[in-house]
Design a protein around this ligand. Structure first.
Ligand code: BES
Ligand code: ZN
Ligand code: ZN
Length: 484
């Protein structure tokens, strides 16, 4: 799909269909030319209405909030994809039509158009190629064309990065192994500007004493990979490191998951997949930061050489870990990756992981949990990314929960002694691996809920949503603006 903005009256633009966003319910705006037949068609400004005679699609909007605009863009796409329409023009009256309004509509179209159909014999085909905005009819309000164009570009970069991540998460575990992730990362580095990629194998992990990461991999027939991408523009202002949980499959290991819970565990690589999407986004937007993505890629399987409950592992940082449950494997991989990440002296260190079912139980499927020692960082991030369309909530550490991960024979236990507060006790486990000097610079994002939802929601399809990509790209964009 090509999105463009033309400084022409809408009537001068050729297209197969006009899309009109209807914001108020009185339906009297000059752009609404079919009001007379709305009653007959049962349209009162809520939902949508396609008028064949005038070749116009009306989409009702509750408000002009950015998320409503995304939903409207996706709704328009959903209807248009079934029509014989190649070009559409948009004649909307978005009061105060700012850069972000354009950005949101385009994000809605582009995110809504995603499909994972690799394994379907019949693939849906959509004829829509061009979406054109007319600028001169936004209720007489001046539009900054240059800014609107930036909004259009950013939207496409952000949506493409998100859809790229969805493809990785949706791919099946037979195909998507740690080696495949490494290959994808290397290909990405070749395609992108200012991005390099190093891939480390099990010998490196042994040399680095990443015994927690290695233990998780032991019963898998696929070797592990530590993947390190760096986006380094000239005159970078800060070093920001993303660490991603890349469990290409999580069977639970010897603490085997029940059959029903094992389904969807191909999505346990979502944190790493999001970090790849972020690297794609930041390079395409040319953000002024040095950004790293460190991915811990492995499977968690069963077998005669599997690591066991009762084992004690000595992690890269020297902290010993009593294994109480082999299904709490993500935190083991992250412990070693976070230790490695701190060697690169980050100004900000963010890990993303489908870490706990408890987070999904606690805050619902659609929201990511934000954790860490620095309350201000979580709160600031939470506020800042509200406009991204991703939902987050800060979760707070406390001393009582810390007690629950104490071990009688090691420095820490990998599973808490109580099932209550499981998202936070997992966050507290990770904190054990953050050095004092980085404690305030670290944030943990548990994306277990929104990373993969088995039914469609909003403009997200059933399956992967690319959780983590948009919120972090929005955050980085805001940081870049602050720096200017
Ligand atoms: N990958 C899972 C967490 C998960 C659950 C992600 C549901 C997405 C949806 C993780 O490795 C896991 O199994 N965690 C355990 C931890 C427990 C054994 C302490 C969990 O949440 O049950
Ligand atoms: Zn697990
Ligand atoms: Zn897992």
């Amino acid at each position: 799909m090509v999105f463009e903005i033309l400084a022409k009256p809408i009537d001068k633009i050729k297209a197969d269909l006009t899309v009109v966003f209807v914001v108020d319910k009185n339906l009297k705006h000059k752009f609404i030319k079919d009001a007379k037949i709305f009653k007959f068609l049962g349209f009162d400004g809520v939902g949508s209405c396609l008028v064949q005679e005038s070749k116009t699609l009306y989409i009702g909007l509750k408000t002009l909030e950015y998320e409503q605009l995304r939903l409207a863009g996706a709704k328009a796409y959903e209807i248009i994809k079934n029509l014989d329409v190649k070009n559409v023009k948009l004649n909307s009256y978005l009061a105060g039509c700012d850069k972000m309004s354009f950005q949101s509509i385009v994000e809605g179209f582009a995110l809504g158009s995603y499909e994972f159909n690799r394994y379907k014999e019949k693939k849906e085909s959509c004829k829509l190629k061009n979406v054109t905005f007319s600028t001169d009819e936004f209720d007489g309000k001046e539009i900054d064309l240059q800014k609107a164009q930036i909004g259009l570009n950013n939207a496409q970069i952000i949506a493409n990065a998100t859809n790229f991540t969805k493809d990785i998460v949706n791919e099946i575990p037979e195909i998507y192994t740690p080696l495949k992730m490494a290959q994808d990362a290397q290909n990405l580095a070749k395609e992108l500007k200012n991005v390099t990629c190093k891939v480390y194998d099990e010998k490196f992990l042994q040399k680095e004493k990443m015994n927690a990461f290695l233990a998780v991999n032991r019963a898998s027939c696929h070797p592990p990979r530590l993947i390190h991408l760096i986006y380094k523009p000239k005159n970078a202002k800060k070093r920001i490191i993303f660490v991603g949980k890349g469990l290409t499959y999580d069977s639970g290991g010897l603490s085997l998951k029940p059959a029903d819970y094992m389904c969807t565990m191909k999505a346990d690589k979502s944190g790493a997949a999001a970090a790849l999407g972020i690297i794609k986004g930041v390079s395409e937007m040319e953000l002024p930061f040095e950004i790293h993505a460190i991915l811990g890629a492995t499977e968690n399987m069963i077998g005669g050489n599997a690591y066991k409950p009762d084992d004690v592992l000595i992690s890269r940082s020297g902290v010993s870990i009593e294994i109480k449950n082999t299904d709490a494997e993500g935190r083991l991989v992250l412990a070693d990756c976070l230790s490695y990440a701190q060697d690169f002296k980050p100004d900000l260190l963010i890990d993303m992981a489908t870490l706990t079912g408890a987070c999904v139980v606690g805050v619902g499927e659609y929201t990511s949990g934000l954790m860490g020692v620095n309350d201000e960082l979580k709160e600031e991030f939470h506020k800042c990314v509200k406009i991204s369309g991703e939902l987050t909530t800060p979760l707070y550490f406390n001393e009582h929960l810390k007690e629950l991960i104490k071990s009688p024979i090691a420095d820490v236990s990998n599973a808490a002694s109580s099932r209550y507060g499981g998202a936070i006790t997992a966050g507290l486990f990770l904190e054990k691996f953050i050095k004092d000097e980085y404690k305030d610079k670290w944030m943990h994002q548990d994306i277990a809920g929104p990373a993969f939802v088995q039914k469609a929601w909003g403009y997200n399809q059933a399956g992967a949503s690319g959780a983590g990509v948009r919120m972090n790209l929005y955050y980085l964009n805001a940081l870049a603006k602050e720096m200017k």
